[in-house]
Design a protein around this ligand. Structure first.
Ligand code: NAD
Length: 367
């Protein structure tokens, strides 16, 4: 039985790997264990038709291994469609390391993880995600060439987050154009949930354009820092999902559009950086569509980061990175119009276009 479950407490009821909806025909799932360093990691390789599976490594203190497995499968699948829709010759993969990035991450652990990546001979190429830094990728680089997102001094493209934020900003403007008839965000109320690397850079673009920005984060220190830098408001209420706003930008973790929130959301547009924002894609995408809320597909508008690391493999310069990232505006508008025309959710419209590219390549390859 294939089931779509995001609640970790329910996961034991289904087959853990092949039975998960998020498994969705993964080519390979690798469990990495090292007693000496305490490394427990999972690498998901979803699809390599378009190229090697590239996707970041997330280090997170998961409640249990089921939750970690579910996360990596959902994330690696998302990478397949992200690269496909962005026009990159990359497959989809992702890795998670189980543990607290603040207290359990050591150079030894990162090198050991790098050795596991190396053992896959380039089928999977890593980069940073939540809980990882450019310096961590530099450590991985000591043991394998199959890593991107390394320091500029080592030939890398540096921190991808500002580029991701720019792409999200482009996608948000396109969604605003579709919904409000103008892509000018001046005067629009925008709620940015999670003001980490991407969230903060997005706040800067929004403030520059004259949007009314409200922020939330679990870190009080970050909130104060970003408020004092940009003069934005900190959310003081108890339930952000019930707040009236023009645009909701989820920039923390995924699955914030779920059974508890989807009927309450008052925003007219949702456009943010977080991966896998829809807890159950089909169900929650459909409810948003029925409620007239425009959801800009996350895997499309947060592709700036992958464009940036792809440049390391292809040798693009900054200008080309920015051009490709800016093009997220056109692709988003095209997908929103396509969804409207074909009476499907924006998620389905985007997935169909991405899948068509993968299928076409598969056909070419088999000739
Ligand atoms: P980050 O770790 O720098 O920031 C995440 C922020 O969210 C932190 O400040 C954290 O305190 C906050 N947060 C966590 N839980 C929260 C909650 N419940 N409510 C409010 N805030 C909360 O991560 P990032 O690099 O900025 O990435 C943000 C999101 O975008 C992630 O989902 C990531 O997977 C996705 N993403 C990032 C990139 C990139 O280039 N960094 C690319 C694509 C997608």
């Amino acid at each position: 039985m294939v089931t779509d479950v995001v609640n970790a407490n329910e996961l034991h009821k289904i087959d853990p790997v092949f039975g998960q909806h998020s498994f969705d025909n993964h080519e390979q799932v690798v469990f990495c264990n090292d007693k000496d360093t305490g490394l427990k990691a999972i690498i998901g390789i979803h699809n390599t038709v378009l190229g090697p599976a590239l996707g970041g490594t997330r280090m997170w203190n998961y409640e249990n291994e089921w939750e970690a497995l579910n996360d990596v499968l959902r994330l690696s699948r998302g990478m397949t469609f992200k690269s496909a829709i962005t026009g990159l010759n990359l497959g989809g993969g992702k890795a998670v390391i189980i543990g607290d990035a603040k207290t359990q991450k050591t150079p030894e652990l990162m090198r050991k993880f790098g050795e596991f990546v190396h053992s896959l001979s380039g089928r999977y190429i890593t980069a940073e995600d939540v809980g990882m830094t450019t310096a961590d990728m530099d450590t991985v680089r000591e043991v394998t060439p199959y890593v991107t997102g390394i320091s500029e001094s080592l030939g890398g493209a540096g921190n991808p987050s500002p580029i991701t934020a720019y792409g999200v900003f482009m996608g948000m403007k396109a969604a605003a154009k579709y919904k409000f008839g103008s892509d000018v965000l001046e005067g629009k109320s925008v709620f940015v949930q999670g003001i980490g690397n991407v969230g903060e850079a997005l706040v800067e673009h929004l403030v520059d354009e004259g949007a009314h920005v409200t922020i939330s984060d679990i870190s009080q220190e970050r909130l104060e820092e970003v408020r004092s830098k940009y003069g934005v408001s900190i959310y003081g209420g108890k339930d952000i999902y019930s707040e009236p706003m023009d645009i909701y930008a989820p920039c923390a973790l995924g699955a914030t559009i779920n059974d508890d929130t989807v009927q309450k959301i008052k925003a007219q547009v949702i456009a943010g950086a977080a991966n896998n924002q829809l807890a159950v894609e089909q169900k929650h995408g459909k409810i948003l569509q029925e409620r007239g809320i425009v959801w800009a597909p996350d895997f499309l508008i947060n592709a700036g980061g992958i464009i940036n690391v792809y440049a390391e493999l292809e040798g693009y310069d900054r200008k080309e990175i920015m051009r490709k990232t800016e093009n997220i505006y056109n692709t988003t508008l095209e997908i929103l119009n396509n969804a409207d025309k074909n009476k499907v959710t924006t998620n389905t419209a985007a997935l169909n276009i991405a899948q068509a590219r993968i299928d076409a390549r598969k056909n070419e390859n088999s000739k």
